[in-house]
Design a protein around this ligand. Sequence first.
Ligand code: SAH
Length: 212
Amino acid sequence: MTSEIFFRISFVLLWIMLGIVRGYYGRKTKTHDSLVGIKEKLKTADQEMGRGVMILTAIITIVGGAGLILYLLSPPWWVWTKLPLGELVQWLGIVMAIPPLFYLIWVHRHLDTQWSIALELQEDHKLITSGPYSRVRHPMYLGIFVYTAGLILIASDLLVFIFFAFSIWVNYRRIPSEEQMMIEQFGDEYSEYMKQSGRLFPQFHRDGEEKR
Ligand code: SAH
């Protein structure tokens, strides 16, 4: 087995594993309720983005999607988008992508049914501040970002990079509106939570600095 095939198989397996984790924990959420539900959520997601980003998303989905298929099939005539990063970098990608899968299981177990692919609140939405949420407000995004960066390195392909880097950017952009939504819903409780946590990484400030 050549190493290129090995990395491609690893890429697919890692992707399937994330799908299994998301599918397993998603089955309890509203997102899973019906296909109609998913369509509605995608529509809300689109509205949140704004028109410009929506068009960009459409273009990148088509071009990047084609790139992804080309990467996976890897016909001999398709070599233009390969990035010569080297095997060591591809190995680094595998090492980067595996721990987030376990981290995401931990995150899902805490976020539970409050999870949604769109920015929305459930009927009896609870504010989660436990486990991975105790120090970081967006552990799911953090896990997905590191995992995605790992896949980018494994593939070492320009179109795969554009496709996944764009998905990181789209999710990153959502954070301020998500926090705004949570402030509107939970008020001071969320503001207090913000003081003790960081967005993607824990806050490290000296004790007492804030109290002054
Ligand atoms: N941004 C979070 C959650 C992603 S899922 C993370 O990265 O871990 C998106 C949904 O999670 C949003 O629609 C919101 O309703 C919900 N959410 C985000 N933070 C939450 C929290 N601390 N407690 C409960 N629900 C939360």
